[in-house]
Each structure stands twice: as structure tokens, then as C-alpha cells.
Design a protein around this ligand. Structure first.
Ligand code: SF4
Length: 452
């Protein structure tokens, strides 16, 4: 049997970092002659790239594993194999082996380039690597890719936030080189056709500001100089002074979008100390202030963990005040999850009951919605650049530079076939106007067809 007779399917769970790792595995498999399948029912190998961040993610991973095993157990393909890779595999290899023996192989994080070897062993075949790109261009029926792609600028994390299991799963921070970024870009472009141009490069990592600013500048410069890329987005800024360096980069490079993704995680200094996180609230405020001075159109995204051990109503009030008085445009609230292996698990009792956590989140969400609605009001009737993400017969789904795909708002544009050009395609950038704010998203229209 040859690798070209074996097809693979990858199911990706969790965060954008996993999307990058799946792309690395895909590229490695294609380069070694395996065929990609877009339907698990037709694949000889099904890989599940898993997430293990919090209890909910672990539950959803387990659910997916059992769904995929149902496919494996269909008698259609007796040789079909299922592999569990990524964070959950790294954290619970023994448990998977013991509790789910139908799984054929387990591979943790950091070994994505070895996936072909692992699969070749399982099928007892010899690998015959192809010249780069050969196998990829032969793939037919590829689904269209969205106009954005994620680029991982570092791996792992060396911080010690008390609630977080990631450093244990992913290891200490390893910064990537410009060469690695170029390789990721090449892999991404190999997966695309003319119908799915790449327009937006999104930098992800566990802790972006731990990459040296000089490296970051080189990465930005690389993408800034690629003509077809119009937007560069930087995710996951740890709230310390180095964020000011990122603001300087924004000023210097026109393609970096006005978007600051900075998870504060809490606003009570007492809780932040217990979380082992920066607790200088005045610095948080100054970051927001300086960002808006640099560009009043910058939108801030943050996240809070609610119900950390020992959290009181007074601690929650600190977040409430912050949300009332600061320009926070987008905010996610996560229920604290007491994870085995974290220092919070070892040192504290999970003493905030679940119903109180939910109550606090609902309370804070209401306050945020109010602030958010006030901030959004200025956009009604305003012109803005829009990236067209999805073109449907009756409707186009678009996005402002201030919105990251999959987590932030979208703009729905009703399509009137008579008045709209028919040749819009995903990735076009146009001028639009926001006519109405819905509860979360927008309704808008295209006002100028310029294509950049
Ligand atoms: S910065 Fe903190 S929360 Fe983020 S991955 Fe590292 S340890 Fe976890």
C-alpha cells in the first residue's frame, strides 16, 4: 500500500492556534503523498485536533471523539483509523488509552511535523515525499477558504497564570523565526485557489507580547509587503507596558487594523494577584487611553474570568465600574473552571458556587451591553471599509476592520440583484455604510464598489 492510497480528514476543535497546527499536519501529510478528504465518512484516517482548555472544551472533545468513533465503527472501511492529537491528547494520553481503546493512536502537541511518520507506521507503509506543492495542487474539490488565515508567531507560554493549564500542555514559550512565518504563509497559499484569495493575516500565540518587538516588526513587515494582503490583525496581548510598543507598530504599519485584543481577566487587584497576573489597573486604563489617542477608531476586545476562588461581590463591582467607565467595545466572560494541574487548583478551593458565577456574568454582561451600545451609536450612518467574507444569493456577510472573524460582529448586507454588481467574491474590500445596529451585529449596505 502507498500513502497516495490513504486519505485523511482533520477535525479541528478549539482556538485558532489549533487551526494553524491542523494546517501544519495537512501540509506534512500532503507532502508525503497522502490524499485529503473533506468528508470523514470517506477518509481512511480521521484526526481529531483537540482542545483541553477548560472543562467545557474537554467535554466537547470527548463528545467529538465518540461521534467520530461511530463513523469508524461503520463496517464500510475496516481499516479506518482514528488519531487523537493536540492539547487533550497531551494532557490525558493514559486516560484515552485506558478508557477509549478504539482510538488507534495518540499524539501530543509539538509533534505535528511527525504525523506522516506516525500514520505510515500504523498502515505499515513506506513514505515517498513529493516535491513541495505537487500533492497539494492535485487536490480537487477543495472547499473555498475564508479571506483570512491565522499565523502562529510563537508556541507555548512561560507565564504562570494560576488558572491556566496551557503552559503545562504546550510547554514554555518558543518564539518563531521569520523563516517559520514564511513557511506558514507558503503552506497557507498552497491550500488556496484564485477563488479564495488571502486578504487578512491574523497573528496568534498564547502570549504575543513576549515575542521581541523586533521579531514582531519583521513579521508585520513581511505581510505588509505582500500585495494581496490588506489587513493584519494581532491577537492576545498580555496587559503590560509592552503593549505601548504594539501601538507604535500600529502607527508605523498601515495594514495593522484598529483592533486591540487584550484580555485583562479581572479588575480587582486582589484577585489579579491571586491569579498571578498584572494588577496595575491604572496601566490598563492608560493602555486604553493611549490606544484611543493614537486612533479613535480602535476597538478594544477583552475577556474576564468570573468566579475565581475567593471572589467577592466587591471584586465583581471593580469589573462593573471598569465596564461602565472604559471604552470596552467587545467583552467575553468565562466562568472560572477549577482545572487539575493548575496552581489555583492546588492552592485554592473552588468556593464560588456555579449559580453565583452565572449570576455575576449576567450582571456584568448587562452593564457591558449598555456601554457597548453607547459606543456603537456613533457608527450608525457612518462609512467604513468592509471585507466581504461570504457571498450568498440574497445576502452578503461582511466585516469591519475592527471585527475579528468568528468572535466579533458581522455586517449583513441585503442583496438586491438589480442594483448590486454580480461579481463580488469573498475577500473583496468595499466601502460600506452601517444602517442599523442589531443586538450584536449590523445591517449595512455597500456604498462604493472599489476593490483594493
Ligand atoms: S498568558 Fe497566562 S492565560 Fe495566557 S496562556 Fe500563558 S499562562 Fe495561560
Amino acid at each position: 500500500m502507498k500513502s497516495s492510497e490513504i486519505s485523511f480528514y482533520i477535525e479541528t476543535l478549539g482556538c485558532p492556534k489549533n487551526i494553524v497546527d491542523s494546517r501544519t499536519m495537512r501540509s506534512n501529510l500532503l507532502q508525503n503523498g497522502f490524499k485529503q478528504s473533506y468528508d470523514p465518512e470517506n477518509a481512511d484516517v480521521i484526526l481529531i485536533n483537540t482542545c483541553s482548555f477548560i472543562k467545557e472544551a474537554q467535554e466537547s472533545t470527548i463528545e467529538t471523539i465518540f461521534d467520530v468513533l461511530k463513523i469508524k465503527n461503520k463496517k464500510k472501511n475496516k481499516n479506518r483509523k482514528v488519531g487523537i492529537v493536540g492539547c487533550f491528547a497531551q494532557q490525558f494520553p493514559g486516560e484515552i488509552e485506558k478508557e477509549i481503546p478504539e482510538v488507534d493512536f495518540i499524539m501530543g502537541t509539538g509533534k505535528y511535523h511527525e504525523i506522516s511518520h506516525l500514520i505510515s507506521q500504523k498502515f505499515s507503509i513506506e513514505l515517498k515525499p513529493l516535491a513541495f506543492g505537487d500533492s497539494i495542487t492535485k487536490q480537487v474539490d477543495r472547499p473555498l477558504l475564508p479571506p483570512h488565515a491565522y499565523f502562529r508567531i510563537a508556541q507555548g507560554c512561560s507565564r504562570k497564570c494560576a488558572f491556566c493549564i496551557i503552559p503545562k500542555i504546550r510547554g514554555n514559550l518558543i518564539n518563531f523565526s521569520l523563516e517559520e512565518m514564511k513557511k506558514q504563509y507558503k503552506e497557507e497559499m498552497a491550500a488556496r485557489t484564485d477563488d479564495s484569495p488571502l486578504r487578512e493575516a491574523i497573528f496568534v500565540s498564547q502570549d504575543t507580547i513576549s515575542t521581541s518587538i523586533e521579531d514582531l516588526r519583521q513579521f508585520v513587515e513581511f505581510f505588509q509587503n505582500i500585495e494581496h494582503i490588506k489587513w493584519i490583525r494581532i491577537h492576545y496581548l498580555f496587559p503590560d507596558k509592552r503593549v505601548f510598543e504594539i501601538l507604535k507598530l500600529m502607527k508605523q504599519f498601515s495594514k495593522i487594523v484598529p483592533y486591540l485584543d487584550i484580555p485583562f481577566q479581572h479588575i480587582s487587584a486582589a484577585i489579579l494577584k491571586k491569579m498571578n497576573r498584572p494588577d496595575d489597573i491604572e496601566l490598563f486604563k492608560d493602555i486604553i487611553k493611549q490606544a484611543l489617542i493614537l486612533n479613535p477608531e480602535i476597538e478594544i476586545r477583552t475577556a474576564f474570568i468570573i468566579g475565581f476562588p475567593g471572589e467577592t461581590d466587591q471584586d465583581v463591582e471593580c469589573i462593573a465600574d471598569f465596564l461602565r467607565n472604559q471604552a470596552i467595545h467587545k467583552c467575553s466572560f468565562f466562568r472560572y473552571s477549577h482545572e487539575i494541574g493548575t496552581s489555583a487548583y492546588e492552592n485554592f478551593k473552588d468556593d464560588v458556587p456555579d449559580d453565583i458565577k452565572v449570576e455575576r456574568i449576567n450582571y456584568l454582561r448587562e452593564i457591558h451591553i449598555q456601554t457597548r451600545n453607547e459606543l456603537r451609536a456613533r457608527w450608525i450612518g457612518q462609512k467604513t471599509q468592509l471585507m466581504l467574507d461570504e457571498i450568498n444569493p440574497n445576502e452578503i456577510i461582511a466585516r469591519r476592520p475592527q471585527d475579528s472573524p468568528d468572535i466579533d460582529e458581522v455586517v449583513y448586507i441585503r442583496r438586491d440583484p438589480k442594483s448590486l454588481k454580480k461579481d463580488y467574491k469573498s475577500g473583496d474590500i468595499v466601502e460600506g455604510c452601517l444602517d442599523n445596529a442589531m443586538e450584536y451585529d449590523w445591517i449595512g449596505e455597500i456604498t462604493n464598489d472599489y476593490h483594493t
